[in-house]
Design a protein around this ligand. Structure first.
Ligand SMILES: NC(=O)c1ccc[n+]([C@@H]2O[C@H](COP(=O)([O-])OP(=O)(O)OC[C@H]3O[C@@H](n4cnc5c(N)ncnc54)[C@H](OP(=O)(O)O)[C@@H]3O)[C@@H](O)[C@H]2O)c1
Length: 302
């Protein structure tokens, strides 16, 4: 059984998901179907899509073409309707494109609701749960800063189950307040951009040598070539963080599907990754994340 993480509403989400919003899949119907089929065939039964990616219909097609039962796949989508009056029709459109209700619906950004209306937006989503439209669907948020979460907590009778964020060791210092607040309210962090230290940081920074040492240890124990991306993913899921990654490469998809069966990191190894990670600050997806939520005073590299 693939590893899963328990949400505060009682449901369990597969700990590793495959997203069709990056890597050339954004807005690309046919490639999103082909890669989605490959991800499912590799055994990754968790797809992260969004209204904004224009890949919800491709998600439905991929599940159909892979011959997988809908109920065996976890689907997260996100909405970007800015207007309270059309939230209901927007949600119905998500369900129509996906061919079924999603398992999890997120407000994609705190900037989706018009300024000052986040609480009202959340209340409308709750009403849709109560009237049956979103019955059985978990509700969450994405890219929410502490102040955005507080806007929801002021009104929520159903708390968000997740906050999906750019999450990796080089944003830990910056995210600490939002992670602490989330933990206090039982919110699970979902990570996107996890591989930023390896793929987008100019040198790999101070965690690189730590990950290399751990990869060598696990490779020696398993007799398999374990790469740094797998070590970083293990680190995140051991912290009870859901990882949403992506790939169009069958070799990497196979690696992602095998992470579950790798030996765990020790507490010392986890601590070493974080101590090194907290020495720098490096973010790839900037958006609104530093607005009224300042960056830590750290260099981007040592
Ligand atoms: N909520 C939001 O605002 C938000 C924002 C961004 C992303 N997301 C979601 O998160 C998903 C993933 O985002 P991301 O692309 O930033 O995630 P990521 O995990 O940081 O990077 C994914 C990239 O890593 C490469 N990769 C995968 N396994 C690898 C390995 N073992 N070694 C080397 N490279 C490897 C893949 O390229 P190959 O094809 O070459 O394997 C892929 O393009 C998106 O598709 C989307 O669903 C959400």
């Amino acid at each position: 059984m693939p590893r899963s993480i328990k949400l505060s509403d009682g449901k369990s989400i597969p700990a590793i998901g495959w997203g069709n919003g990056t890597g050339g899949l954004f807005g690309n119907h046919d490639p999103a179907i082909t890669s989605g089929v490959e991800a499912l065939k590799a055994g990754i039964y968790h797809i992260d899509t969004a209204e904004g990616y224009k890949t919800e219909q491709a998600t439905f097609e991929a599940i159909k073409q892979a011959g997988v039962k809908r109920e065996d796949v976890w689907i997260t989508t996100k909405n970007i309707s800015p207007d309270r009056e059309v939230i209901r029709s927007n949600v119905l459109e998500r369900i129509e494109k996906l061919g079924s209700k999603p398992d999890l619906l997120l407000i994609h950004f705190p900037t989706v609701p018009q300024q000052g209306t986040t609480g009202q937006f959340w209340t409308i989503l709750e009403e849709l749960v109560h009237d049956g439209t979103l019955e059985g669907v978990s509700l969450g948020v994405s890219n929410f800063r502490p102040q955005d979460l507080e806007d929801v907590f002021k009104v929520a009778t159903i708390k968000p189950v997740v906050n999906q964020l750019e999450y990796h060791p080089y944003v830990l210092e910056h995210l600490q307040p939002v992670l602490d607040l989330g933990e206090k309210h039982g919110i699970i962090t979902e990570s996107y951009g996890l591989l930023t230290p390896l793929l987008r940081h100019p040198t790999g920074g101070p965690i690189k040598s730590v990950l290399e040492k751990i990869a060598k240890r696990i490779s020696g124990e398993t007799g398999k070539e374990i790469d740094l991306a797998s070590v970083l993913t293990l680190w995140a899921i051991q912290k009870n963080v859901v990882v949403v990654t992506s790939s169009r490469n069958p070799v990497n998809l196979k690696k992602i599907s095998e992470i579950d069966s790798l030996p765990e990191l020790s507490q010392d190894e986890i601590r070493e990754i974080e101590e090194a990670g907290r020495k720098v600050h490096f973010r790839h997806y900037k958006m609104h994340m530093t607005k009224d939520y300042p960056n830590p005073e750290l260099p981007e590299d040592l």
